[in-house]
Design a binder for this molecule. Structure first.
Ligand code: F6P
Length: 501
């Protein structure tokens, strides 16, 4: 339910004492604003969440109807009203209607059976997978394999998303067509980029004299009949539920390449970590609920302090794909200008999310964070334990850099020379995982899902549709039609002509 003007005022007009002042005034600040959930430590103490706003977290949650919304989400009720659907990604990790949980389990078992068959040699010698998909059908699997499969990857995995032929060439460069399975992942099985790449993959197999190119295809989809119509044998179609949104789908059979490459046990641990975060989000009171506090801070910055963006910096190479993954999750979910019942939102939607990897980003974009005129709430994601083969000094310096940046952004340093003055009072949140493993990554990703959901509940928007991407798709089709081209604007027509299309 929409927040009342009085509740919005709490966020918009919350007092903003400088961060260092907040620490001085609130001796319990660190204890109050740092917590551990599902084994992940969250430190919100360097945000401008003051005691008065934090104390009202429960009121704001109640006013927005958070508990009811959570019940609807976890109970498999309709939470995506524009498409008349539930959002059943939690059912993939055990929370949902009994039917949805059972079905998700059955589909995981089907995926496991396929993996067992591959391992048992039913597909001959398999050395790799070319996973073709885009958006949510690619970003999650790519992140999982890159984050968790650096040491032990049982199969080579390449994720191909872009329609650009350069991307295709790069993806197949190190794959052997004779021993590669091609997984075509598309919820709708109508996405033009994915189908174009799938056809090119068939051609790639055919040109290498693979005897039965279609025999090497696997489909992952919520539209199995389309996959069968494409020519993929029903036994190699891994379905998932229509009620699982693309950007929420890595828990479903969309996670196939990760489950194959990392082992099904690792995939199960990922789900368990997410389930633990689900429990935290459902049971922790709002003022000690990591996703809810994060969402509250997000709104404090977008609504109260007019921040248009927020930055996420992974201080770990293994999480370098986290920012692009979160961009889809957050911006496709909460980049809306109407409420769930179609009224104008009348306020800022979710911030633009951007980011990078530390320490690289320190030498590229952090200048603006420290001295620019834009307010950018920053998030540092770091892993306490190293998992590389180098001297411990590497990881130690990496972590020290992450923590030093948070401290420097907050305290700044004054100088009489304006060019050398650091104003400070710039907020950051730090998320620290003890180690990066399937369980902790599952918890981290579920945290981000629930934070996005909590923000949507507070804003009163539907985070589960994405009509904003449809116009571009239909225009791309129309522009390819010579009869329709004449109706395009002169700039677009001139560009098409110049490119010789
Ligand atoms: O264009 C946006 C989108 O619909 C995303 O929401 C989705 O993750 C992606 O395209 C891919 O869609 P599909 O899995 O149906 O191919």
């Amino acid at each position: 339910m929409p927040l009342s003007p009085e509740h919005w005022r709490l966020l918009e007009q919350a007092e903003h004492a400088p961060l260092t002042q907040l620490f001085a005034d609130e001796p319990d600040r660190l204890d109050r604003l740092s917590l551990t959930a599902a084994g992940v430590r969250f430190d919100f103490s360097k945000t401008h969440l003051g005691r008065s706003l934090h104390d009202r977290a429960g009121d704001l949650a109640a006013a927005a109807g958070l508990a009811e919304a959570q019940e609807r989400l976890f109970g498999g009720e309709i939470v995506n009203p524009t498409e008349g659907r539930a959002a059943e990604h939690p059912a993939e990790r055990g929370s949902g209607s009994p039917e949805a949980v059972e079905l998700a389990g059955a589909r995981h078992s089907r995926m496991r059976a396929l993996i067992d068959a591959i391992e048992a040699g039913a597909f001959g010698d398999v050395t790799g997978v070319l996973h073709i998909g885009i958006g949510g059908s690619a970003l999650g699997p790519a992140l999982l394999v890159d984050a968790l499969g650096r040491h032990e990857r049982r199969y080579k995995v390449e994720v191909l998303s872009n329609i650009d032929g350069q991307a295709f060439d790069a993806a197949v460069a190190n794959l052997d067509p004779a021993t590669t399975l091609v997984a075509i992942a598309s919820k709708t099985f109508t996405t033009s980029e994915t189908l174009r790449n799938a056809r090119s993959a068939l051609q790639w197999l055919g040109e290498a004299d693979v005897e039965d190119p279609y025999g090497q295809l696997v489909a992952i989809t919520a539209a199995p009949e389309q996959a069968v119509a494409f020519g993929i044998d029903e036994t190699r179609v891994l379905p998932f539920a229509d009620s699982v949104g693309g950007r929420y789908s890595l828990w479903s059979t969309i996670g196939f390449p990760a489950a194959l490459a990392l082992g099904f046990g690792a995939f199960e641990e990922l789900l368990e970590g997410a389930a633990e975060m689900d429990r935290h989000f459902r049971l922790a009171p709002p003022d000690a609920n990591a996703p809810f506090i994060a969402a509250l801070a997000d709104l404090l910055y977008t609504q109260g302090l007019r921040a248009g963006t927020r930055g996420v910096f992974a201080y770990d190479e293994r999480l370098r794909l986290l920012p692009p993954y979160l961009q889809q999750l957050v911006m496709e979910s909460n980049g809306k200008s109407v409420t769930a019942d179609g009224q104008p939102l009348g306020r800022a939607s979710s911030a633009i999310l951007w980011g990078g990897t530390g320490t690289d980003a320190q030498h590229a974009v952090f200048q603006l964070l420290h001295q620019g005129t834009h307010l950018v709430p920053v998030e540092f994601v770091a892993i306490a334990e190293a998992d590389d083969d180098q001297e411990p000094a590497h990881h130690r310096e990496l972590l020290l850099n992450a923590f030093a940046q948070g401290a420097a952004l907050m305290t700044g340093r004054s100088s009489d020379d304006p060019a050398r003055n650091y104003p400070g009072d710039r907020p950051s949140t730090t998320i620290l995982l003890q180690r990066l493993d399937p369980r902790s990554l599952g918890a981290l990703l579920a945290f981000y899902e629930h934070r996005t959901f909590a923000e949507a509940v507070l804003l009163g928007i539907n985070p589960f549709d994405q009509f904003g991407v449809e116009l571009g798709k239909s225009i791309a089709r129309a522009i390819d039609d010579l009869d329709q081209r004449a109706s395009f604007d002169p700039s677009t027509r001139a560009l098409i002509e110049e490119a010789g299309l």
